[in-house]
Design a binder for this molecule. Structure first.
Ligand code: ATR
Length: 280
């Protein structure tokens, strides 16, 4: 079998918190693939040497997490999505060439499609909160699906303006202080900030002005149901959570390294959710 004895890993510092081993080892077992997926704790100053010797270490590819995503971008051949985001989280060896991508883009879109299949019909305008790397992945993804108007709001306005310049005419900037006024014609609201994350303040936003058919997505996955998603559910709105995005973003790496496109099952979701609950 061509997939026998293949190994991949997640490279980070720290790396203990990563749920990627749980996800990929679930799939390896489920599909009976004789592969391995490990954690590799690698310091910033050692990353270039590590990624340059992946094959010698027995790896066919890797996930890359904090703080190495930009370095991985610079040290590999990124695809179009990776270039648009400026950071990558998945690398694989194609012969001697190290290729890369940012699977947060498809992770976000595939999860949205799975949770709210009609999101696009009602999303002539999307409102994206935040202006970090996750916001770049979300904005690139939404543009690739033809969303006509994307409004970015960020506490630090200059970062939102920089994204507007990078992505062009379909993207606009709104003032963080005027968020509620932006909701009335928003079809899709996406939180990419850390607000609502365990240990962080909740996002203070009254969703009353959102339309009945609007969809609310959050990239935060600890807790799985953030205060924002709870408020959206209470209003009966469609929601897409960060755990779903985390699971969907893992699909492509597994397919590239182990040769099988895996399924995001309810069983996998329950497994990771239980692990997240024990960690908080
Ligand atoms: P990532 O690259 O993972 O998206 P990041 O660059 O640290 O992470 O971005 C975190 C986002 O959360 C930013 O948009 C940040 O806003 P600033 O650019 O103003 O820092 C946002 N954020 C974090 N804490 C916040 C808070 N208390 N209020 C509002 N926004 C906050």
């Amino acid at each position: 079998m061509t997939t026998a004895h293949r190994a991949a890993c997640v490279i980070g510092w720290p790396v203990e918190h990563s749920r990627s081993p749980l996800i990929h080892n679930y799939w390896l077992k489920r599909y009976g693939i004789a592969g391995e997926y490990r954690r590799e704790a690698v310091r910033k100053e050692e990353f270039a040497a590590f990624i340059g010797t992946l094959a010698a270490r027995g790896y066919v590819g890797a996930n890359v997490t904090v703080p190495h995503k930009e370095a991985a971008f610079a040290l590999s051949q990124p695809d179009e999505g990776g270039r648009a985001v400026g950071a990558v989280n998945t690398v694989w060896l194609d012969g001697n060439v190290l290729r890369s991508t940012n699977t947060d883009v498809e992770g976000f879109l595939d999860n949205l499609d799975a949770c709210a299949p009609h999101w696009h019909r009602d999303a002539a305008k999307a409102l994206v909160l935040g202006a970090g790397g996750a916001a770049r992945a979300v904005i690139y993804g939404l543009l690739s699906r033809g969303v006509d108007k994307i409004v970015i709001a960020n506490r630090t306005a200059s970062r939102a303006e920089a994204l507007q310049k990078a992505f062009g005419k379909h993207v606009q900037v709104a003032a963080w202080a005027r968020l509620e006024a932006e909701l009335a014609d928003t079809g899709l609201l996406v939180n990419t900030t850390t607000l609502g994350m365990h240990g962080q303040p909740a996002l203070a936003l009254d969703l009353a002005r959102l339309r009945r058919h609007a969809t609310v997505a959050d990239i935060v996955y600890v807790p799985v149901t953030t205060p924002l998603l709870a408020a959206a559910k209470a209003r009966g709105l469609a929601t897409a959570d960060g755990l779903g995005m985390l699971l969907h973003q893992a699909v492509r790496g597994f397919a590239l390294w182990f040769g099988k496109t895996p399924e995001v099952t309810g069983e996998l979701r329950a497994l990771v959710e239980a692990d997240l609950e024990t960690a908080t």
